[in-house]
Design a protein around this ligand. Structure first.
Ligand SMILES: *Cc1c(COP(=O)(O)O)cnc(C)c1O
Length: 398
């Protein structure tokens, strides 16, 4: 490993050189099936020809101007995304954390307009919103925050999937102006809330005039078998943040808003040098067009159901398996004890997976997966988990 890199990641001992579809090839020529998509980024797989062509053409034409000028590609991407998400206006960023920063700034402006001088945003235990100071303060995981005190003020935290706790916190605090929440928690271990949770949050936000701000950085853009997870879960946000899959690997994020929230920023109140530049937006447009033309959102729904049924049949109810959960092609297998070694065991079998929160095996495969690839992933995962449990089960019980 290079000493010239800060040690922010404990990297696996593999280096990829090429990618094609769901497959990555390392520098020794070994092929791996990518069931993680660079953490939910390369939803169209690697080296998709439409994306490659969009990047190449745009690189030849124009990379960057500035938001000091009109950017027709940005206007086109905004119009298309607003149509898909039924939102009114967008601010483009380069990452998920920056999209959430924009959302948090909107919440503060929204509060100020209501003469609340210390506007507070409700966030959730286990939530993950990024690594900047404000977004790590919003994140409900002490490990993400450790060492970075003083945290940014203006957050109140409640347990996830607990509407009574939301009501209680609301009754105790009249400075709350918004709720920032993931429709399904990704980093916390693919935590799917109760059926009525999101609609319940929507109702509470309406009653109390709070903004419902959904962080769909991981769940958005087809991942869960709908364009946006909230469309499956039945509650429309006032503010919606996206990133990961929007550029299929090219960095781009977005903060979308409707109603009053869409009108709060004015010239000078927010900005970004790179955000929404011609290249990023050209890629974003190509991603949306490809998701549509290849019917990949529907594909994620159908394939997700099949894989989920296979994982359930193979693993649910086994001793050591807490739950098999997920939606569309976002799936987690929660075990009773830490299982990070599964990542290495999968790597030996040439399968790329991830373990989050120590004990949840997470799958975020590309949406272009073939039936055979999907089948191979579920079989391999069932096999790996089964032998992991029978080995570690005996040592742990013994
Ligand atoms: C990945 C992620 C982020 C952070 O995105 P970055 O692009 O790494 O800043 C924020 N929210 C959620 C839900 C995520 O999964």
């Amino acid at each position: 490993m290079s000493d010239a890199l800060m040690r922010t990641y404990a990297r696996l001992p593999v280096a990829f050189e090429r990618g094609e579809g769901a497959w990555l090839t390392d520098n020794k020529g070994e092929r791996y099936l990518d069931a993680l998509s660079g953490i939910g980024v390369c939803n169209l797989g690697h080296g998709h020809p439409v994306i490659t062509q969009a990047i190449a053409e745009q690189a030849r034409t124009l990379l960057h101007t500035s938001n000091l000028y009109r950017i027709p590609l940005q206007e086109r991407l905004a119009a298309k995304l607003c149509e898909l998400a039924d939102m009114a206006a967008i601010f483009f960023t380069n990452s998920g954390a920056e999209a959430n920063e924009a959302a948090l700034k909107l919440a503060r402006l929204y509060g100020r307009k209501r003469n609340i001088d210390t506007p507070t945003v409700m966030v959730m235990d286990g939530g993950f919103h990024g690594r900047t100071l404000a977004t790590l303060s919003a994140t409900g995981n002490r490990r993400v925050q450790a060492g970075f005190d003083p945290l940014v003020d203006g957050f109140v935290r409640v347990p996830y999937d607990d509407l009574a706790a939301v009501e209680r916190a609301g009754n105790n605090n009249n400075r709350i102006v918004a709720v920032l929440v993931e429709p399904i928690q990704g980093e916390a271990g693919v935590v799917v809330p109760d059926k009525g949770y999101l609609t319940g949050l929507r109702r509470i936000c309406d009653e109390r005039a709070w903004l419902l701000m959904l962080d769909e950085v991981q769940t958005g853009l087809g991942r869960t078998g709908a364009w946006f997870a909230h469309q499956r879960l039945g509650a429309k946000p006032d503010v919606l943040t996206l990133a990961k899959a929007l550029g299929n690997g090219y960095p781009i994020g977005a903060c979308l808003a409707r109603g009053e929230a869409a009108e709060l920023f004015e010239p000078g109140s927010h900005g970004s040098t790179f955000g929404g530049n011609p290249l990023a937006c050209r890629v974003g447009l190509a991603v949306l067009q490809t998701l549509q033309s290849e019917r990949l959102v529907q594909r994620a729904s159908r394939l997700g159901e099949r894989m989920f049924a296979q994982l359930q049949a193979g693993l649910a109810g086994r001793p050591g398996v807490r739950a098999v959960r997920g939606l569309g092609l976002m799936q987690g297998i929660a075990l009773e004890w830490p299982c990070t070694e599964l990542v290495y065991q999968a790597l030996d079998r040439k399968l790329l997976i991830n373990v989050t929160e120590q004990s949840v095996l997470r799958l975020l495969p590309p949406l272009i997966l073939t039936d055979e690839e999907a089948q191979w992933i579920t079989h391999t995962v069932i096999d790996l988990v089964t032998s992991f449990l029978s080995n570690s089960g005996t040592t742990r019980r013994g």
